[in-house]
Design a protein around this ligand. Structure first.
Ligand code: IMP
Ligand code: MG
Length: 167
C-alpha cells in the first residue's frame, strides 16, 4: 500500500472545507447527513470543525451489481430518522466514483423539500463517472485507483487507518 494522503493532509483540508461551509451557512443551522459506512470518520472530524449549530443523521445505501460493476440500482437500506423538510441539508460522503449513489440519494432527498441540499465529498474520481454528478464541496481528486483508510474500506478492512492509501 502506498500513502496517498497523510493524517495531516486530511486534517488541513477538512478544516478548510469546514471554514468554507461555516461561512456559506453563517447564521443558519445545518443538518449533516452522513452516508454510512465510509463517511463516518470524515463526518466526525468535519462536524467538530464547523462553527455552526449542527444536527446529524445518517443514511445507508446498497447498490446492486455483479462484483465491482455497479448495475445502477440503488436502494436506501437505512433512512434518516427526522424530517428534512425546510432544513438546510448537507450530505457527507467519503468518495464519488460512478456518481450513481449520490445522484440517486440527492434526488430522493430533494423530493422531501429541504430548504437547501448540498453535498460534501472528501474524495472524487471524476474519470470513473457514469452519471453526471458534482459535489458542492470537494476535498481531493483521485485518479482511477482504489483507496482505503480514514473510513474507506476494502472488504471492511482498513477503515481505521488514519491516512488514505492506494491499494
Ligand atoms: P458510486 O459513486 O455510486 O459509484 O459509489 C461510491 C461508493 O463506492 C462510495 O461511497 C464508496 O463506498 C465506494 N467506493 C468507490 N470507490 C472507492 C474506493 O476507492 N475505496 C473505497 N470505497 C470506494
Ligand atoms: Mg460510501
Amino acid at each position: 500500500m502506498k500513502l496517498f494522503l497523510s493524517e495531516k493532509d486530511i486534517q488541513k483540508r477538512v478544516s478548510g472545507l469546514a471554514r468554507e461551509i461555516s461561512k456559506d451557512f453563517a447564521g443558519r443551522e445545518l443538518l449533516l447527513i452522513g452516508v454510512l459506512k465510509g463517511a463516518f470518520i470524515f463526518m466526525a472530524d468535519l462536524t467538530r470543525e464547523l462553527s455552526l449549530p449542527v444536527k446529524t443523521d445518517f443514511v445507508r445505501l446498497a447498490s446492486y451489481g455483479s462484483g465491482t460493476q455497479s448495475s445502477g440500482k440503488v436502494e436506501i437500506t437505512k433512512d434518516v430518522e427526522t424530517s428534512i423538510r425546510g432544513k438546510d441539508v448537507l450530505v457527507v460522503e467519503d468518495i464519488i466514483d460512478t456518481g450513481i449513489t449520490l445522484k440517486y440519494l440527492t434526488k430522493r432527498l430533494k423530493a422531501r423539500k429541504p430548504r437547501s441540499l448540498k453535498v460534501v465529498a472528501l474524495l472524487d474520481k471524476p474519470s470513473r463517472r457514469k452519471v453526471d454528478f458534482q459535489a458542492d464541496y470537494l476535498g481531493f481528486e483521485v485518479e482511477d485507483h482504489f483507496v482505503v483508510g480514514y473510513g474507506l474500506d476494502c472488504d471492511e478492512a482498513y477503515r481505521n487507518l488514519p491516512g488514505i492509501y492506494l491499494l
